[in-house]
Design a protein around this ligand. Structure first.
Ligand code: RTP
Ligand code: MG
Length: 153
């Protein structure tokens, strides 16, 4: 099933100049980036984004971190893109993330794990709405992969 997921290149990766390398992984996989912007996350957006973690010991640091420098926010579309992006990202704790995954290759520590991806269809819809308006989604075009796929149908 074609899905959309919310992806954010986190402040650590922006500061470490990894934006291009991380976007390349997503494009190389064949996913379609249908929205993209750099944002300085507000306190309100951070609270909405991490509402599920409110009250946990690491919550204050999470909000402090995500608002500490800009993020690059994206809506990524593709076949099973929600779980596919989680696979591409690797495990939350980079100590357990496979080599070849984004976190496995670029992150030394869980609190600086370079990328966020929605963990299910409901959180994807919720998170996309926190960061993007409908008119910021660019979906009236085809990727090379979509053109190839259509030709075979
Ligand atoms: P994300 O939301 O960033 O994509 O990460 P995730 O789904 O893999 O992990 P999640 O459980 O949603 O946690 C969000 C972020 O909080 C930090 N974290 N610290 N026990 C801890 O100290 C702890 N647990 C989670 C991580 O940076 C994680 O990405
Ligand atoms: Mg999460």
């Amino acid at each position: 099933m074609i899905e959309r997921t919310f992806i954010a290149i986190k402040p650590d990766a922006v500061q470490r100049a990894l934006i291009g390398k991380i976007i390349a992984r997503i494009e190389e996989k064949g996913y379609k980036i249908v929205a993209l912007k750099m944002i300085q996350v507000s306190q309100e957006q951070a609270a909405a984004h991490y509402a599920e973690h409110f009250g946990k010991s690491f919550y204050p640091n999470l909000v402090k971190f995500i608002t500490s420098a800009p993020i690059v926010a994206m809506v990524v579309e593709g076949e099973d893109a929600i779980s596919g992006m989680r696979q591409l990202m690797g495990k939350t704790n980079p100590a357990n993330a496979e080599v070849g995954t984004i976190r496995g290759d670029f992150s030394p520590l869980m609190s600086f794990n370079v990328i966020h991806g929605s963990d299910g269809p409901e959180s994807a819809a919720r998170e996309i709405a926190i960061y993007f308006n409908e008119d910021e989604i660019c979906d009236k075009w085809q990727t090379a992969f979509e053109i190839l796929r259509e030709k075979m149908n």
